[in-house]
Design a binder for this molecule. Sequence first.
Ligand code: 13P
Ligand code: SF4
Length: 303
Amino acid sequence: MSDTQAIKQKILELKKEKNALILAHYYQPLEVQDVADHVCDSFEMAKLARGAAQSIVVICGVVFMGESAKILNPDKKILIPVADAGCPMADMVTPEDVIRLRKEHPDAAVVCYVNSSAAVKAVSDICCTSSSVLKVVRSLKERKIIFIPDKNLGSYVAKMVPEKEFILFNGFCPAHNRISESDVLAAKSAHPGSVFAAHPECREEVLRHADFIGSTSQILEYARSSSAEAVIIGTEEGVLERLRKELPDKKIFSVAPNFICRNMKKTGLTELYNCLINEQTEVTLAPEEIAAAKSSLDRMVSI
Ligand code: 13P
Ligand code: SF4
């Protein structure tokens, strides 16, 4: 048995012994995805964490995903394998920013991308993910929307929901925002006849060329069901690697080299094994923080 197989086996045994549920995001390394009970986008992850019956839930992803799981299921022990696997976009907005925007636009609802801290969720009206954002925004009675923190996702939604007025914040995902129109054009000319599927965290100049725009799960579904023989993927490489494994007869290309979220790649099998054996690091939030942030996440999940 190889070292990788041996550690995978140990993780599966520990998971059973400790009655743990492992949820992994699609950007996690493939070997981590392999030992997870579910591999999911951030909306599915929040939903599965909320409904988890196991005593321990391990979130293989970034810190805000662990926090969301804790907020939605506070009685469970929520573990994350790497305590400093943050999301730089989530760190770009503070509760003070939201409070200031609310003062400037008292008639607006605050829609907060789930890639944000618990403190920011606490001062928002409702959360969204990339798969739920259109439904969330359309469900609101307010015409004016303060959208935080992702300017790219915000401008995509503003285009899709022209009946609403949007006040955008200046946040972005460093991995997706790096991709340019010339990357897309180069990929398209290198792979003629391909379709292009992109995540809405990409810039407008990139999304303009997309045949499909959606969350990680939705991109996977699109690639699986598309009749095209080749698909260019406009999101992190975890999605691309999974598709190459799942669809060996299709050609799957990345829109640009090194499309990687460094924080997502901090978790490997060793980190996951240590997390399970030591039951570390536990996500802890003060009861007041959980109570304050719960309503915006609950509203999103129940839509
Ligand atoms: P998804 O909701 O599409 O999984 O996106 C999460 C994320 O962080 C994208 O960068
Ligand atoms: Fe955050 Fe971007 Fe990584 Fe997603 S890909 S977790 S938005 S840094």
